[in-house]
Design a protein around this ligand. Structure first.
Ligand code: MN
Length: 131
């Protein structure tokens, strides 16, 4: 058994190369090759990932705040505390905080590293369709 007290979780700033805005990771698991990768991810308002895929999909569980998830097919959902989103294997998508709220989610993946597209989420994409 391994116990990590909350104040000993090693939070690190997410790289600007793959994210827009202020984002922090808190790794919750020791990742073996092809093992479970569990991360707490904290987004400040307006912060988001770049477009990306996960080889075996991804479970997102919202711990706090409000945010957005969108895929390349144009599906777009608003998420809030307690919501769960599943991104299918290789589904191109992004996620982040809403413009007016921080957002923290748990990310659960297996199957190795995130596959990043060389593509930021533009402000136009982030703001979404206007009706
Ligand atoms: Mn993802």
């Amino acid at each position: 058994m391994e116990h990590t007290p909350s104040d000993q979780i090693d939070r690190v700033k997410a790289p600007e190369e793959n994210f827009t805005g202020d984002v922090e990771f808190g790794p919750l698991s020791n990742v073996e090759p092809d093992g479970l990768n569990a991360l707490e991810v904290h987004f400040q308002p307006g912060a988001r990932t770049d477009w990306h895929r996960h080889p075996n999909g991804q479970v997102l569980y919202v711990l706090a705040g409000e945010g957005l998830v969108q895929n390349a097919a144009g599906e777009r959902v608003e998420i809030a505390t307690g919501d769960v989103v599943y991104a299918s294997p290789d589904e191109l998508h992004w996620h982040g905080a809403s413009a007016h709220s921080h957002m923290s989610h748990l990310s659960l993946t297996t199957g190795g590293a995130t596959q990043w597209e060389p593509r930021k989420v533009t402000d136009e994409e982030y703001d979404g369709p206007t009706s």
